[in-house]
Write a new protein. Structure first.
Length: 529
């Protein structure tokens, strides 16, 4: 017999569907999030770069306008001064007026063609009468054009830039220059112009001079610092405006827009840390995730429910086949199948189990049947007795045996003997009811079990069978007779085997009393008496 090893799987179809669907859902979700993250990132970086470029351009234009207006003011004053160069009171007055007329300057200085400071406001600077010393300070003397100096440390010790304008007399002789000082540290006009635009979103602005040093930065300490190493500053010297993603001199990744100031050659840079832009993106993505999660959960619940519906018929069929394999007697129940594969599997299983059941039943019947007479054999008899005993069904027993059967065999042959046995079985069937149990217990020995039939009635039935046999002509063998013994369970004996023995004893009693007769066992209470 083929031994089937039963394997228990923790994984079933429902779980498989759930795992597969979850994988699909999560992969799609991750894919969608990743793609939208990439697209959003690209859009935000591009937008920020463009916004910063536009912003830097606007600030560069504002700064340019401011410097042009300063130079215009210096030009106006230089004309006045050229007319009154020998009138020191008038010059002082003009320098004072220059400071008062606008809040744009921190100081005003008048320098002669020889490089001597011949007037300075506010007078507290205390530099009048001193000579310009270094190359930077004296550069306007060489250029003799409107020119912006710096950044540099002024003779009074301030870090500053200084728009200058030359002074010429009516004959075109160079007389010197007038310079406006704009201090770079502390509260100054550049800060006022640029810091107003300092954004809440961490965008900030700085301005570099033509020499790559910081002219303006919201962090005061950095003013004057050399930032020529910065990629943007390099780009500024090459083209007017643009935008770049760069790493600044502090090692921070920045999205920088830049533009140069035409009048001065300064560069304005508006930049925002990439991390700030990315944190906004993270907020957006976590918001997207939050709005997606309920739908994903709903989708998973649907998949779970639908997966259950798909798996249920197959799961029930698997359970049924497990029972069939275990050999458990199953009354094949109806399984609701709602799709093609499950319906056909159910029908195939149902058909096979039914066919198998019928086969098993047939084999079982054959095992309990005598093949010559088709009556029950000893195995069939024992099964019936077991059931009757368990159910406490009272019954009469008729044991019968063909008289001198050996002679039949000897006279007519074994084959004719067999037909006699078959014919007698037929007579027994005719004299019995459907519920009676008829057995061939040995060669020419038979037993009849008659449920719910009292012994007196059974004796009459035995007598009828004896008579019927005696009067029947058996083809080829002629007439035969039988002897019969009758007992009853439990009235003859409560011991089943003893009741059988009593029927057998009565049979031998009938043989001993001359054969072709019926003998009845004595009832148990009669025995006792
Ligand atoms: N043809 C045939 N003969 C069988 C079969 N089974 C047993 N026999 C024969 O039945 C005979 C029984 O003989 P015995 O036990 O001596 O009894 P008997 O001749 O019937 O005599 P009593 O029973 O004393 O009347 C034997 O000759 C067996 O060979 C069978 O299946 N077919």
């Amino acid at each position: 017999m083929v031994q089937i090893n039963k394997t228990t799987h923790w994984l079933d179809l429902k779980k498989l569907i759930l795992i597969l669907a979850s994988l699909c859902i999560f992969t799609s979700l991750l894919n969608a999030l990743f793609s939208s993250y990439q697209v959003q990132k690209q859009v935000m970086v591009t937008d920020t770069l463009e916004a910063n470029r536009a912003y830097a351009t606007k600030l560069a234009d504002v700064t340019d306008l401011f410097l042009q207006s300063v130079l215009m003011q210096l030009k106006a004053s230089s004309n006045v001064i050229a007319q009154n160069l020998n009138n020191s009171a008038q010059i002082d007055n003009e320098l004072k007026q220059m400071l008062v007329r606008t809040n744009s300057f921190d100081s005003v200085v008048l320098v002669s063609a020889s490089g001597k400071i011949i007037g300075a406001q506010p007078s507290s600077l205390g530099i009048t009468g001193t000579m310009l010393k270094n190359e930077v300070e004296t550069s306007p003397l060489r250029k003799q054009t409107p020119y912006i100096v710096g950044p540099f440390i002024s003779p009074a010790g301030n870090l500053m830039v200084s728009p200058t304008h030359p002074i010429f007399d009516n004959n075109g002789n160079y007389l010197g220059f007038i310079a406006a000082g704009i201090y770079l540290k502390g509260d100054n006009i550049l800060g006022k112009l640029l810091s107003n635009h300092h954004h809440q979103d961490k965008t900030y602005v700085y301005v570099t001079g033509p020499n790559g040093k910081l002219i303006y930065h919201h962090d005061d300490h950095r003013i004057g610092q050399d930032v020529t190493a910065n990629e943007v500053v390099t780009s500024l010297t090459r083209k007017g405006s643009g935008a770049n993603q760069i790493i600044n001199t502090q090692g921070v990744e920045m999205l920088a827009g830049y533009a140069s100031v035409e009048t001065s050659g300064w560069g304005v840079v508006a930049q925002r840390p990439l991390a700030v832009t990315m944190s906004q993106l993270s907020d957006t993505m976590s918001h997207v995730l939050k709005t997606t999660v309920p739908f994903t959960v709903f989708l998973l619940i649907c998949v779970l429910g639908f997966g259950g519906l798909i798996a249920k018929p197959l799961w029930r069929l698997a359970k049924l086949s497990e029972q069939v394999q275990d050999g458990r007697n199953i009354d094949f129940p109806h399984v609701a199948t709602w799709y093609y594969e499950a319906t056909w599997l159910y029908q195939a299983m149902h058909g096979s189990v039914k066919h198998l059941g019928a086969q098993v039943q047939r084999f079982d019947d054959e095992r309990k049947q005598d093949q010559l007479t088709l009556l029950f054999n000893r195995r069939g008899m024992e099964k019936w007795l077991e059931t009757a005993y368990e159910q406490a069904t009272p019954f009469s027993i008729i044991a019968l045996d063909i008289d001198h059967f050996k002679r039949v065999n000897d006279t007519f042959g074994h084959h004719i003997g067999d037909t006699v046995i078959q014919k007698l079985a037929e007579l027994m069937r005719r004299n019995a009811r459907e519920q009676d149990h008829l057995c061939r217990s040995g060669g020419e020995e038979f037993l009849m079990f008659l449920p719910h039939v009292e012994i007196s009635q059974a004796t009459k039935i035995a007598e009828r069978l004896r008579h019927c046999t005696e009067t029947t002509v058996f083809a080829d063998a002629g007439h035969i007779t039988i002897s019969l013994g009758v007992s009853h369970w439990p009235t003859c004996s409560e011991d089943l085997h003893h009741a059988l023995k009593l029927a057998d004893r009565s049979l031998y009693q009938a043989k001993a009393n001359g054969r072709n007769r019926v003998e009845q066992a004595v009832l148990a209470n009669h025995n006792a008496a």
